[in-house]
Design a protein around this ligand. Sequence first.
Ligand SMILES: C[S@@+](CC[C@H](N)C(=O)[O-])C[C@H]1O[C@@H](n2cnc3c(N)ncnc32)[C@H](O)[C@@H]1O
Length: 243
Amino acid sequence: MTDIEYLKKYYQKDNLDDAVKRLKQGEPVQYIVGEVDFYGNKIIVNKNVLIPRFETEELVSKTIVYLKKYFTNPITIVDLGCGSGCIAITIKKQIPKNEVIAVDISSDALEVAKENALINGVEIEFLLGDMLKPINKKVDCIISNPPYIGYDEEVMEIVKDNEPNIALYAPNNGLKHYEIILKNAKSYLNNEYLIAFEIGYKQANDICKIAKRYLKNSIITVEQDLQGKDRYIFITNIKNHIL
Ligand SMILES: C[S@@+](CC[C@H](N)C(=O)[O-])C[C@H]1O[C@@H](n2cnc3c(N)ncnc32)[C@H](O)[C@@H]1O
């Protein structure tokens, strides 16, 4: 479906002209419409949050399989850099017995995430702050799609001109947040844990090295997205972790 066909689904003739004008001015169709479908859930989006990507749906889908397989009792999951809340909300809807916490450093993003939790009828604890810092309890699973684009990487104009910089870029070739999360994870994790990351497709080796440095006896697996690119890293100490 083209972007114009997509707009026609949402707008009557009068408003359509205005929407098409915004599209021609380079605004992403998702911000114009104001919502996306993520894993069958309606997620409101605006310029304060990253537009959820298909790759992230796959991260969620893979993580849900592991969570159901490894944790039969209720657990606590934290989504670091929750943006619109798409990851946290989907996991809570799929496995309601689990407690889900969602953190973001942007209060504007958290407002959107809270509204999304409300319209999706799920209870999530939202915390404002810097990655793991606002967490005051042990958790069983950390999931994150942090900002991972290096400052000198090429980025499509529609992305860099519209989506929040704070959701896109990170220092140290985009590795900063992975390093900080992995360095501190041990203090926040229960005995048996799962860490699930979405990553830039060239970052797998670097992140595996960091994970080995800080989580010595863990099992680290890299998985690919639908395009065959390295896109996910799962880190666990659950011994029967097999793919
Ligand atoms: C790539 S976006 C991911 C958003 C959402 N989880 C998704 O997958 O669509 C990264 C998010 O991390 C947030 N963020 C950036 N730096 C952060 C930090 N130091 N602590 C917590 N959140 C941060 C941004 O505000 C943004 O919402």
